[in-house]
Design a protein around this ligand. Structure first.
Ligand code: PLP
Length: 425
């Protein structure tokens, strides 16, 4: 992706640019920074927005009189499921509210599919000779790690502006019965910020699959995490699956990790009635019920869907200046150079920076030398291998504004250094 801007430069001009970048990098190293852009975590000020939770719940009775202090209620409090039904596009009756991590729900779902038999399957996944999942890339490293943990093969699929390349997805699932799933982060995707177009969602719901027990793992982690006045709406996967004769295909996941407290929130699972019964049947073997006190305190804190939207507006007030700063610094330092392209997300938690092919690892290393920690290059791809070695994930949410700005400015120095060195090699 060498741009005309760069290819137009003479060797002397390029050498001057490289020498300037070397001097800037040396100065950066001398500053002895210690900055971290690796963590897709809410900042302390974001967590403060939910401080009131620590004084809740008032009382312990759910709307139907259930004593939340006691065992039971495997599906979670109905009034909490009502609040998240709209945002997650799952009827409350088909939504499960669980404990603190959607990743653990995804993990358990995979384990139950391995050791139990999902609706529509002829046998347990553990009894299959081979299991593979499609992984749109760049994607979320923990999805990939989960599959690797259980020996599930990862097949990368390219991402377009509207989601995964559906021609590739349709071809693969039509010819390989061992492909049992696809990972999707359909809104403000981690890390590209891409939201799936309606046609992509429809094709995912309607495509013929050779595996009768194929599942779309619909990780809607950023369903309400908007950064603009015009929230993205995605198509309703569960309804589309039902309308296209594959009601059991989609498994919807979500959580309040980046809404309230990342470590003490509530996670959700939504699916067809058959899938919900299947999951609860298995869950009932590992717990007598979820943390309903936490459910109740979330209900009292968020109140309803409007309360949730208002709370997310406060997050946005804190996050927007950070994402704006990343955009402004990248544009100022790298815009028009042809050295990098980057995403300008309308929501979610990440910016994806694409540098010249073969440069991402070196940029991360050079940034490390200057005390700027970045997510390892390759983490956004299955097996930690980015074949083009070009994608770098930036997580702007956690650092304070000043630190973030220093880190991004330093990062651009490293991009200039590595790219000019490479071009002169
Ligand atoms: N899914 C995606 C796409 C994420 O980016 C993250 C966290 O970064 C998670 C899931 C983790 O969710 P939870 O905290 O609910 O386990």
């Amino acid at each position: 992706m060498t741009s005309p801007a760069l290819s137009a430069l003479s060797i002397d001009e390029l050498t001057a640019l490289r020498d300037a970048a070397r001097r800037d990098h040396e100065a950066l190293v001398r500053r002895g920074l210690s900055l971290d852009l690796t963590r897709g975590k809410p900042s302390a000020r974001q967590l403060d927005l939910s401080e009131e939770l620590l004084g809740l719940p008032r009382g312990h009775a759910a709307a139907d009189g259930t004593d939340c202090r006691n065992y039971g209620g495997l599906q979670g409090l109905p009034e909490l499921r009502e609040i998240f039904s709209g945002p997650l596009q799952v009827p409350a009756a088909q939504l499960v509210a669980a404990d603190n991590s959607s990743l653990s729900l995804m993990h358990d779902t995979v384990v139950h599919a391995l050791l139990g038999t999902v609706p529509g399957a002829t046998r347990r996944w553990a009894d299959e000779p081979r299991i593979a999942f499609l992984c749109p890339v760049p994607g979320y490293d923990r999805h990939f790690a989960l599959c690797e943990r259980f020996g599930i093969e990862l097949i990368p699929v390219p991402m377009d502006a509207d989601g995964p390349d559906m021609d590739v997805v349709e071809r693969l699932v039509a010819e390989d019965a061992q492909i049992k799933g696809i990972w999707c982060v359909p809104k403000y995707s981690n890390p590209s910020g891409v939201s799936y177009g309606d046609e992509t969602v429809r094709r995912l719901a309607a495509m013929p699959t050779l595996a009768p027990d194929f599942r779309v793992f619909w990780d809607n982690a950023y369903a309400v995490h908007h950064l603009t006045d015009t929230p993205v709406e995605i198509a309703d996967i569960l309804t589309l699956c039902a309308e296209n004769g594959s009601p059991d295909r989609a498994l919807v996941f979500g959580s309040t990790s980046k809404i309230t407290f990342a470590g003490s929130g509530v996670s959700f699972f939504g699916a067809s009635p058959a899938n919900v019964a299947w999951l609860i049947g298995h869950t009932g073997k590992r717990t007598i019920g979820p943390d309903k006190i936490n459910h109740l305190r979330h209900v009292q804190f968020l109140r309803d869907e409007a309360g949730l939207a208002e709370h997310m507006r406060r997050h946005r007030e804190l996050l927007r200046p950070k994402f704006d700063a990343v955009e402004a610094i990248l544009s100022k330092e790298l815009g028009g150079t042809g050295l990098a392209t980057w995403s300008t997300p309308a929501g979610g938690y990440f910016v994806s920076l694409d540098v010249l092919d073969g440069c991402a690892r070196d940029v991360v290393m050079r940034a490390g030398e200057a005390g700027i920690a970045l997510t390892p290059a390759g983490a956004t791809h299955p097996y930690g291998t980015d074949p083009r070695d070009s994608t770098i994930r930036i997580a702007p949410t956690y650092p304070e504004q000043e630190e973030l700005e220093a880190a991004i400015a330093g990062l651009t120095v490293c991009v200039r250094l590595v790219a000019t060195e490479k071009l002169l090699r």
